[in-house]
Design a protein around this ligand. Structure first.
Ligand code: UD1
Length: 419
């Protein structure tokens, strides 16, 4: 067990380079199971969720070679469709993608009911509805999800909600299906486009990813044989943008796609900070207390729920009273109690929270409840006066590569110590 000790306040200054997107990586890795051959995956973030996924793929018979800390060659020619992966799949949420990819590859899949961040109810009924429309039968019993099909056959599927996971999972299940699958009201997040680009590079025929209608023309085989580089993580980039604002700093965020950050950029500018885009860089600076705003999280291109806690830290010390309405998850305000320990004045009621801005935060011991809350508490610690101790780092390590080194490089006084 470890904790972070952060001494603040530090206006963060300098350059930070963004890693590959966690949420794309944890979908591209299972997507590799659909390939009958070898491929290279570059720009993989070096995080615990990626390592866990590689462990699962190896249990299934994939041969993985780590070329560098961020690049693998994976050969999925020989896959054991009967390998027992139940216990390991319980450890994180994104294991649900194995349902789609194993249904596509093996016509059967058994996974444990996925774990992951506790953000309230996290049903997968839309994934199941999609698999069943494609010809699978599914059954949930004793904490396991069983899916199997004689044949997967393309069809039209309307998603009641533009779910990221369901969109990707149905894509995975239909790439090798017979005929054409149409996903209507599909989610449009950048990592959905990235997974489709990966699959197309390997021989799939997917069109329309990034719009609300995706068409997947089933192909007989994915040949692989190519290299693919994972898209930069827009949530990590957004985290550093908000770190610049909260700490009243000046950061150049390199290796990102500014267009993916537009929903955040609009809000950052609205509250009085400065943003300049230049190719694959975003320069963010803030030299005064930001103003109040109202935020509602919603699917892309709305304000991302995965940047809501980090925005909450900014609003905790903004002028006036701000409101955040959480439009995706039931329990995404667990971090507010921790910020209140640091002197914030936040009242949350279910899916809304009222942020009465205070002039400054002060250091305190705080506990991380989930991945993005963890990032938020690091930003709070850097911006606050005095010493902050951040506990429960395993949540943060799931999704941020070298987080304290990246913060240290832009001036933060942050140490990881054993408990
Ligand atoms: C993904 C991201 C997560 C992000 C979320 C929303 C990954 C690995 N995780 O999660 O970081 O916070 O998108 O941007 O990419 N829902 C249903 N039934 C379903 C599926 C979802 O009701 O079958 C509901 C959920 O309860 C939630 C909403 O739809 O209220 C959004 O979920 P979804 O977009 O599926 O999120 P995830 O894919 O789990």
């Amino acid at each position: 067990m470890e904790k972070l000790i952060i001494k603040g306040p530090t206006p963060l200054k300098g350059e930070v380079s963004i890693s590959g997107a966690k949420n794309a990586a944890v979908a591209i890795l299972p997507a590799a199971l659909l390939i009958n051959g070898e491929c290279k995956i570059e720009n993989l973030p070096n995080i615990s969720d990626v390592k866990l996924y590689c462990e699962i793929l190896e249990k299934l018979g994939a041969k993985i070679t780590w070329n560098t800390n961020n690049e693998i060659t994976i050969n999925t020619q020989n896959i054991n469709c009967d390998a027992d992966i139940i216990e390991i799949t319980r450890k994180f949420r994104a294991s649900y993608y194995l349902l789609g990819s194993l249904l596509g590859r093996c016509k059967k899949a058994t996974v444990g009911v996925p774990g992951g961040c506790k953000l309230g109810a996290r049903p997968i009924d839309l994934h199941i509805k999609g698999f069943e429309a494609l010809g699978a039968t599914t059954n949930v019993s004793q904490g396991n999800i069983y899916a199997s099909a004689k044949k997967m056959k393309g069809t039209s599927i309307y998603l009641d909600f533009a779910s990221v996971g369901a969109t990707i999972n149905i894509m995975l299940a239909s790439v090798l299906a017979e005929g054409t699958t149409v996903i209507d009201n599909a989610a449009k997040e950048p990592h959905i486009v990235d997974v489709a680009n990966f699959l197309n590079t390997m021989g799939a025929d997917i069109r329309g990813a990034g719009t609300d209608m995706i068409k997947i023309h089933g192909v007989k085989e994915l040949h692989g044989g190519s290299a693919y580089s994972v898209v930069p993580d827009q949530i990590e980039a957004g985290t550093f943008m908000l770190a610049a604002v909260a700490s009243r700093g000046d950061i150049i965020i390199k290796n990102c796609i500014p267009e993916h950050l537009e929903p955040l950029t609009a809000k950052v500018v609205e509250i009085g900070a400065h943003v300049e885009e230049n190719g694959d860089e975003v320069h963010v600076w803030c030299n005064k207390r930001p103003g109040k705003t109202v935020i509602k999280t919603s699917p892309y291109p709305g304000f991302p729920t995965d940047l809501q806690p980090q925005m909450g830290v900014v609003l905790a010390t903004a002028e006036g009273t701000s409101i955040i309405n959480e439009g995706i998850w039931e329990s995404r305000f667990q971090y507010t109690a921790e910020l209140n320990k640091m002197g914030a004045n936040i009242t949350d009621q279910g899916k809304s929270a009222l942020f009465q801005g205070v002039p400054k935060l002060t250091g305190a011991p705080v506990c991380v409840s989930d991945l993005r809350a963890g990032a938020a508490l690091i930003i709070a610690g850097v911006s606050a006066e005095g010493t902050t101790e951040v506990l429960n780092l395993e949540h943060i390590d799931r999704g941020y590569e070298n987080i304290e080194e990246k913060f240290r490089k832009i001036g933060a006084n942050i140490q990881r110590v054993a408990l």
